[in-house]
Design a protein around this ligand. Structure first.
Ligand code: BZD
Length: 839
């Protein structure tokens, strides 16, 4: 390598205070400087977006020192590093979060206000990177925040989708999808690193050859090569010097690609090839909890996985660590099976590209990977048709055959003559059309396998991954999900935080268990009063937003009953809808009935191809149209659909909830994380014994949780007996009336066909057992309504929920991963003298 004078000498760079100073004056100068030099505007003609950008750069300037020093420390120390591989990172807006984690929120707010600008308006301006669908992508984002806050060296690796999750519009009650052009005004938070680009091969065929040492080798002649360019975003820890990196790959055609076409003058053909390459990082697949089996999706997976593994090898070379120590330098967490092709890709890199023996490569690989499963739903388990797989990844197919052959030998030895077991465990499903089973590959290639809540892990062991549990019991462990209190309390609920801080100080933000000290204040009348006032004020704000956006008047004194999450039948938004109709029917039967006023709020997107989910959105809007204007209701019930639910919007919604709807069929929701965000913000939960609900109830106490419905075991038992939804329909007149009201066309301007597909699934299959749980749900909701009337006791319960949510900090989750799986310790970052700020 050529000596690099810039690296050899290390001058003290003298930086203008405008770049780093934290005084109000310095922040103001920094802002104006960025407005001038980055946006090229003077304040007279600056748009709101110019001001947002100038502010973002002002904050960015102030975090770069941490970022550079963190990278330098890790590089010097050769620190062991967690690589979190995820096809999704649902980060939410960066600006507010960075202000919180840098601890400069108040100063910056003051500086901006002194410049005569509206600080909140500028925060609102940020276009959020919606690079995820829901829980899985948001979990990855919370984990990055906690890893940085706990000073754990880590890299998040994923895809820089040009179009993130679609923007949802509601037209005539239906969901309409609009492309999410989040990069249209530029992204101030990431930095391209073209010097670290890598190439990824796709398609083509393989050849075998004998190398100079007489060894049998395979080489892959690809049909196409794609270039991956990394874009780095700094991930600040909370009140520590650590700033880790989220590295997202964008696809491009390599300059040299198809130069034949260029040379032969077929310019357009060459440019077309460039476009095909760029397609790889064009768009996020908008499905949550279902695998579509599309070739482009597999191409996305190998693309970011191969880029990331090559990047890790580059880092090792830079730190002069021999490749044999790969698993000591890195531990790679697979966020579901989406990146699980990494098992075969690392084998390929080690064996084919670096000439390692199979056995050693396998030893390294199986010590490097750990796999998190996020779902029990069969339709979400990824499997790739063998033909499709082999066309795109011919070499990986051979490697998977080899892994499978050796693995099945092990199974045979442990379980002789158990042929059915071999068929079930094989990496290849040969029961019909042949498929590669990605969960099986992840299980075989990883040293740890975890579920995301206790119940979920138990069900994995009992059912979905039972054979693997019997084969490798020592690999299995539970890691209950968590959420970051920085974004989902400090940033989103400043009023509640201020009240909490006034009683117990602010160290709970780093150690959420300290919220327990609030238990004492549940008995304090004055505290309860303040707590209630805050909730009320937040509800009022949301009511005003709804008035402006939906044109609906909602009463901030009514019970805010919120279900906000992706639309999926297993999450049972339609069970909630049946409750609304039941209350409405009671009012119609007796307009003077004494009913607790409620506002039903729904938010969430449906996968564009998921018809029943979209029809459920239409149903909710149709119910709202009728209920919201019926004079008999007298405003006691309101139904509102909150358009385009996103992280940014979620931050407004959680603090405003009285009641959190967590009503999935038991055994279907792996964990849920919205359930935690609501409860931490003082909502009570109505829920089934599913996912993390079980543990939330355990923590907050059963008297502070509204439980209903069948247990997972009862669900299985009922299915086994032959479940008949009509039995419930015929026996429960209120249920029958609710369903009949829909089918008669009452909510659809007389159209009796509109909701037929939805009702047919309910009455004839009811896979998710809404009818079986209906009565229990309705009765439980009656308890909720009664409880809400006892204002003091409701507040007491809400406070206890907040006080007892300590377990659900993602800091706790990450500490558990560090101890039980990753075997990694924190690395303290000392800030260097490299930048001198007082010139
Ligand atoms: O992961 C979710 C589960 O449904 C939740 O119960 C759980 O809390 C979170 C985090 O562990 N799963 C997803 O969000 N899954 C997906 O979004 C997804 C996306 C593409 C393909 C398959 C699943």
């Amino acid at each position: 390598t050529v000596p690099n004078p810039v690296l050899e000498c290390k001058p003290i760079i003298q930086v203008e205070d405008d770049r780093t100073g934290l005084s109000i004056e310095a922040l103001k100068r920094g802002f104006l400087d960025n407005l001038f030099y980055v946006q090229g505007k003077f304040s007279g003609i600056a748009t709101k977006n110019d001001c947002y950008m100038a502010l973002a750069y002002t904050v960015r300037d102030r975090l770069f020192k941490r970022w550079v020093d963190t990278a330098e420390t890790y590089t010097k120390n050769g620190s062991r590093t967690v690589c979190y591989l995820s096809a999704e990172f649902l980060m939410g807006p960066h600006l507010g979060n960075n202000l919180i984690n840098l601890g400069i929120y108040d100063q910056v707010k003051q500086a901006i206000e002194e410049l005569g600008l509206d600080f909140y308006e500028l925060l609102e301006q940020e276009e959020e990177p919606g690079l995820g669908n829901g829980g899985l992508g948001r979990l990855a984002a919370c984990y990055l925040d906690s890893m940085a806050s706990l000073e754990i060296p880590s890299l998040g690796y994923g895809i820089r989708y040009e179009f993130g999750i679609f923007e949802q519009k509601i037209q005539d009650g239906w969901q309409v999808e609009i492309t999410d052009k989040w990069l249209r005004f530029g992204n101030p938070w990431d930095v391209a690193r073209p010097e670290w680009s890598v190439e990824v091969k796709l398609g083509g065929h393989t050849e075998s050859y004998v190398d100079e040492n007489d060894r049998y080798r395979v080489r892959w002649i690809p049909f196409q090569v794609v270039k991956g360019i990394p874009y780095d975003t700094p991930i600040l820890g909370y009140k520590v010097n650590t700033a880790n990196t989220l590295r997202l790959w964008a696809a491009e055609a390599p300059e040299s690609f198809d130069f034949e076409a260029f040379n032969s003058g077929d310019y357009v053909k060459a440019v077309q090839a460039k476009m095909t390459s760029e397609n790889l990082s064009k768009v996020l697949y908008p499905n949550d909890n279902v695998s579509q089996g599309k070739k482009l999706r597999l191409a996305q997976q190998i693309f970011f996985v191969s880029c990331s593994l090559q990047d890790m090898i580059r880092i090792m070379k830079g730190q002069k660590i021999p490749l044999e120590k790969f698993h000591e330098k890195f531990v790679i967490q697979l966020n579901d099976t989406h990146p699980s092709i990494a098992v075969a890709e690392l084998m390929r890199l080690l064996v084919d590209e670096y000439g390692m023996e199979w056995e050693q490569a396998w030893e390294i690989t199986t010590k490097a990977f750990a796999y998190t499963n996020h779902t029990l739903l069969p339709e979400a388990l990824e499997k790739w048709p063998l033909g499709l797989f082999g066309e795109l990844l011919p070499r990986h197919l051979q490697i998977i055959y080899e892994i499978n052959g050796r693995f099945l030998d092990d199974v045979r030895i442990k379980f002789p003559d158990d042929f059915d077991r071999l068929k079930r465990m094989s990496l290849i499903d040969e029961s019909g059309e042949r498929y590669i089973r990605m969960a099986n590959l992840a299980c075989v290639g990883s040293f740890a396998i975890n579920g995301v809540a206790q119940l979920h892990t138990e069900l994995l062991q009992k059912d979905v991954l039972h054979d693997f549990y019997e084969m490798y019991p020592e690999k299995f462990n539970n890691k209950t999900n968590g959420i970051t209190p920085r974004r989902f309390m400090v940033l989103s609920n400043p009023r509640l935080c201020e009240l909490i801080d006034s009683k117990i100080g602010n160290t709970w933000i780093k150690n959420l268990h300290e919220l327990r000290q609030l238990e004492a204040f549940a008995e304090d009348v004055e505290f309860r009063h303040k707590f209630r006032q805050i909730k009320q004020a937040i509800k009022q704000d949301l009511a005003e937003y709804i008035k402006a956006k939906n044109g609906i008047d909602v009463d901030a004194n009514s019970l805010f009953d919120i279900q906000a999450k992706r639309f999926h039948e297993y999450k049972r938004q339609h069970l909630n809808a049946l409750h609304i109709i039941t209350l409405y029917n009671r009012i119609k039967a007796n307009p003077n009935i004494d009913i607790t006023p409620r506002t039903f709020l729904f938010g969430g997107k449906a996968a564009p191809g998921y018809y029943i989910a979209k029809l459920t959105i239409k149903l909710i809007n149709s119910i709202g149209e009728v209920v919201n204007r019926d004079p008999d209701v007298r405003g006691r019930l309101k139904v509102v659909f909150l358009e385009d639910y996103s992280v940014k919007f979620a931050q407004r919604v959680y603090p405003a909830a009285d009641l959190s709807e967590q009503i999935s069929t038991a055994g279907k929701e792996a964990s849920g994380t919205g359930n935690m965000k609501f409860a931490l913000n003082g909502a009570l939960t109505i829920g089934t014994l599913d996912g993390a609900n079980v543990e939330i109830r355990e923590e907050v106490g059963e008297e502070n949780f509204f439980l209903f419905g069948l247990t997972a075991e009862e669900v299985y038992a009922k299915k086994a007996q032959g479940y008949d939804p009509m039995y419930y329909y015929n026996r429960d007149p209120e249920l029958k009336l609710a369903i009949d009201r829909i089918s008669s066309g009452f909510f659809s301007h007389g159209d009796a066909n509109l909701f037929k597909p939805l009702l047919d699934t309910l009455l004839h299959r009811d896979e998710y057992m809404l009818l079986a749980d209906y009565r229990s749900y309705i009765e439980c909701q009656e308890q909720v309504s009664q409880a809400y009337r006892d204002v003091e006791n409701w507040t007491r319960m809400a406070i206890l929920n907040v006080a007892r949510m300590g377990k659900f900090s993602s800091d706790r989750s990450i500490s558990d991963y560090c101890e039980d799986i990753w075997q990694i310790q924190p690395v303290k970052i000392e800030l260097s003298e490299y930048l001198q700020t007082d010139v």
